[in-house]
Ligand binder design. Structure first.
Ligand code: MCF
Ligand code: FE
Length: 410
């Protein structure tokens, strides 16, 4: 057993307790957490490590939405317009896919690891990233993605998808958890979407889906018009929306779902997302680059929808470091008090993300939970503990160490 002592422990538990001069005693689970003197006294045989002054211990960070397969993108894709970006990813995806080799995947996974992301949800379009995700030190929820609207292609898409899912199940382990993704309502035929929800219910699998990300998607699903009409007409002259937004949401009844983006929802849609017990993954930098509206956080809060954080892929971000994302989120939502928002965001990036990915045992720091945690060194002393969440978001770039199941990986 080991004991780590730090000036501050941010537990992210139900009360958001912060322990000053605290310690955690752990093996693969947390054995005891509390004031350092007491923890050391109660566990005389444990090996004690005192972290440098101004250190913080907190739960592992969770990136609930990333696409590793597009990690080779730097300046290839077109930003500034969602539909133009979609067109560019369709025309460039082969090139991007070819340019992301094992080292490219490893770099992306490492960037996340060094920032303290010890669990992530990866959406995989082709299965190329499966082995890298399997080998990653982090806990990975691997969302096999399905998409396609052409009725003639359904059998082929399904059989290709089923093979990928099966492969991911062969690799299933404690830290590699297969799951499913329906790309979006504008891109996925109801037969394919139903295939996924049926499978999810049968095997109790998580689902991730992009939903209501752009005004173009809103207009298309509401009235079959707008930029999406022009775009989808290039594939099918008679393209029509395949769902109303309400019908799409109905698909997820009895499923454990993460709605990614959800920044263009109506009040009724937020109510429905809330009643489904689903999560919203907020990918703010991606939304900004693709010129999509800012998520209304107050409305999400009012509807009691748990928010989690996603970086999205390097296809619509410049960084997979979750602290970069958190700083952007903090600076963008100017309608919420900065201290309140900082606390809310730490919860979103830790416990909510863990719950969203089905990793309840790693959600926060408490006796009996997994010893999944990170340590951070702040540049100076923080007098008022109310400031601590904000200071963490402002100053952290890389973590000092990261433990998964009590084993050190950073
Ligand atoms: O979250 C962003 C924007 N919204 C939709 N899709 C994606 C995002 N990042 C990557 N994607 C992928 C998606 O998984 O882009 C492709 C899909 O494979 C677009 S559809 C050909
Ligand atoms: Fe995405």
């Amino acid at each position: 057993m080991k004991i780590l002592c730090a000036d501050y422990i941010v537990t992210c538990n139900d009360n958001f307790d912060i322990i000053k001069d605290g310690a955690i005693c752990f093996d693969n689970k947390i054995v005891q957490i509390g004031k350092a003197d007491k923890v050391i006294e109660d566990n005389p045989y444990a090996k004690v490590k005192k972290l440098s002054p101004n250190s913080v211990i907190m739960p592992s960070l969770v990136n609930t939405h990333v696409h590793l397969e597009f990690s080779a993108n730097k300046t290839t894709l077109i930003y500034g317009d969602f539909v133009k970006w979609l067109q560019s990813i369709i025309s460039k995806r082969d090139e991007l896919q070819k340019n992301c080799n094992d080292i490219c995947y490893e770099n992306a996974i490492n960037e996340m690891l060094e920032s303290g992301i010890l669990a992530f949800g990866a959406v995989s379009s082709f299965g190329d990233d499966m082995i890298s995700c399997y080998k990653a030190p982090q806990r990975v929820v691997y969302f096999n993605e399905i998409l396609g609207s052409n009725a003639d292609m359904i059998d082929e898409i399904k059989s290709n998808f089923d093979k990928r899912v099966q492969k991911s199940f062969e690799m299933k382990s404690k830290s590699f958890i297969p799951a499913l993704s329906i790309h979006a309502p504008y891109s996925t035929h109801p037969i394919l979407a139903n295939h996924i929800t049926k499978l999810a219910k049968k095997d109790n699998l998580l689902i991730s889906t992009h939903f209501m990300e752009s005004l173009a998607e809103r207009e298309w699903l509401d009235s079959g018009s707008g930029k999406f009409k022009e775009f989808l007409n290039t594939f099918n002259k008679n393209a029509k929306p395949m769902y109303s937004p309400a019908k799409y949401l109905d698909l997820f009844e009895e499923c454990k779902t993460i709605f990614v983006h959800a920044n263009c929802c109506t009040q009724n849609e937020y109510k429905k997302i809330s009643s489904l017990g689903s999560y919203i993954s907020h990918c703010l930098v991606s939304n900004r680059l693709l010129n999509n509206p800012l998520l209304n956080l107050k409305t999400v809060l009012q509807n009691n929808i748990p928010l989690c954080i996603g970086t999205d892929g390097l296809s619509s971000n410049i960084s997979l470091n979750i602290w970069d994302e958190l700083r952007s989120v903090l600076f963008a939502h100017i309608d919420i008090d900065v201290l309140t928002l900082s606390k809310y965001l730490l919860n979103a990036a830790t416990r909510n993300g863990a719950y969203a990915l089905g990793l309840e045992e790693s959600a926060y720091l408490q006796n009996g939970k997994n010893a999944d945690m990170i340590t951070i060194l702040l540049p100076d002393h923080v007098e008022d503990l109310k400031q601590l969440p904000l200071e963490l978001i402002l100053h952290t770039k890389k973590v000092k160490s990261g433990y998964i199941n009590g084993e050190r990986y950073v």
